[in-house]
Structure formats: C-alpha cells, structure tokens
Design a binder for this molecule. Structure first.
Ligand code: ZN
Length: 288
C-alpha cells in the first residue's frame, strides 16, 4: 500500500493520510475486542532516551553487559547504580497524546459494559508511561483504574522491584542509594535484596503476563501495532497470532516495517499524530 508520506522521514509529527485514517477509524469503531501492541516509538515522542550513547554509566557499559542475571549476581551495586540513573532519566518524561488516547480507549472499553467491548494494551516498554497515563485518567487513584485497562507490561517496569528471596513485586519510585551494597533496597517482608522487575537478557518472560497477552491477541478482531517493528519476540508472535485468529491489523509507524506487507492498513505516521485521531473521538462518545 503506497503512502504519500513514505519519504517524509525528516519532519515530525508525520500525519497519517485521511483515506487510510478513515478506514482505520471504522475498523476500530466497529471492533468488539482490540489488542494494542506498543513499542519504543511511542515513548520516543515523550523524550525517553534510547540510552545507547547516553551520558553517565551508559557511556561505559552496554545494556547487554549489565541487564543480565549474571551481572546482578556479580555486582548488584553497579547494576542498581545503572538502573537508578535510568529511572531518574525516565521519571522526567511524561505520557504523550498517544499514551493518553490509548488509556482513554482502554478505560472506555473495560469489558464491563453491556456490549463487553475491550481494548487491551500490551507494551514492550519498561518506562511505565502507559500506566502513568491510566493513573492520570483515574486522577491518581490506582484502585480506580479498571483491571482491564491496566497495561500488560511484557518486559516489566523500571518502577517496580521484585524480591530475590520471596519474589514479591512492588511499585517503586524512590531514589535508589547505590553508594554501597548495604544501602541497596531490601525486602520489607523477608529482608532479601530487591532487583528491578524487568526481564533481563537471557531470562524468560513472566508466564502469566505472556499468557494474558496471548489471550488478548487471540481474541482480538482488531490488532493495533504502534511504534514497533514487531519483528522481535514476543511482539511478532503476538501480531501473527492475532492475524491467524482472523484479526485485522492496523500499523502505526512513520517507517515501513516487516509487518507492513501483512497489515490490513498501514498508517505511515507518528503515534501522537495518528492515535488520538484514531481513537480520541470514540472515547468522547463512549458514554452514549
Ligand atoms: Zn522478600
């Protein structure tokens, strides 16, 4: 599908063309179950750095060297120092228009209405910005976020810890003191060392998390793929699973990806330009 914005890679935001946008809106509006897969492209517009080549510890280490269970076993202080820097950089970023529009979509279709319509957010990002948008919509009250509107974070979150002893997961936004091993965060329940609750290189994805994503993809009649090339496992497998189950695929990406050829509609656009237009009006009319 040729798109007139194909060569327009220099200027942002890249606007979707109206014909494709109108068709995509129709699909979204008519869908009973939507699954949304998001990747780094959504966060980029919030200024979340890619980290490679950034300052501080990022200059001296590659993610493959420190985001591993072996590195944490060898030197937990160094790994926590690195994650502490990363948390501070990401904490300065805010959800953008695409995060907010997707949060409204998920919240307005939380499955509790008579029509049972749902929209499940599945993200590869660990920056917590989808959850932050859901929280903003719930006016900061976490327990006011419908369970079905909570994003499925495939690779975990920078702002959660997991106990290396008892496995307990917790939200965590405090500054980490990584000046010595003794000052690192420890479990309030069992006293063992806490680790960032992210999936490291060489680790399996959390099974219940992955299952929830697979179920959502298999049940979807529309699969929206935003800001990810969907070539990396598990995003690729999830998109293929949705297609095999008969779902239409709407791709939102300023550049062509390996998924483009298989997509029902490919919107060559940035997430902030396309997503509010694609779902914003639906959210406004959700109460009718
Ligand atoms: Zn514990």
């Amino acid at each position: 599908m040729l798109n007139r914005h194909q060569d327009d890679t220099g200027s942002y935001p890249v606007e979707p063309d109206n014909v494709h946008l109108a068709r995509a809106r129709q699909l979204v509006a008519g869908a009973r179950r939507i699954v949304v897969l998001t990747g780094a492209g959504v966060s980029q517009e919030s200024g979340v750095p890619t980290f490679r080549g950034a300052e501080g510890l990022w200059r001296r280490f590659r993610p493959e060297e420190l985001a591993t269970p072996q590195a944490f076993a060898r030197d937990p202080r160094l790994v926590w120092e690195w994650y502490g820097e990363r948390r501070e950089m990401v904490a300065a970023c805010r959800p953008n228009a695409a995060h907010h529009a997707l949060a409204r979509l998920a919240s307005s279709r939380s499955g509790s209405g008579p029509d049972g319509r749902t929209a499940t957010l599945v993200t590869q990002n660990v920056d917590g910005l989808h959850l932050a948008a859901a929280r903003a919509l719930a006016h900061g009250a976490d327990d006011a976020i419908p369970t079905a509107a909570r994003p499925i974070e495939l690779h975990g979150s920078l702002f959660r810890t997991r106990c290396t002893g008892c496995g307990e997961r917790r939200e965590s936004h405090e500054r980490v003191d990584a000046s010595a091993t003794g000052t690192l965060p420890h479990c309030a329940r069992c006293g063992q060392l806490l680790r960032p609750d992210v999936v490291w290189f060489g680790e399996m994805l959390d099974e219940p998390t992955l299952s929830a994503a697979v179920d959502a993809a298999g049940a979807a009649d529309v699969c929206l793929v935003v800001g990810t090339s969907a070539v990396v496992y598990p995003a690729a497998a999830l998109a293929q699973h949705a297609v095999a189950a008969g779902s239409a695929v709407i791709e939102v990406n300023p550049e062509a990806t390996p998924l483009t050829a298989a997509a029902t509609i490919s919107l060559r656009a940035t997430a902030t330009a396309a997503i509010p237009a694609l779902v914003g009006e639906l959210a406004e009319h959700a109460g009718e």
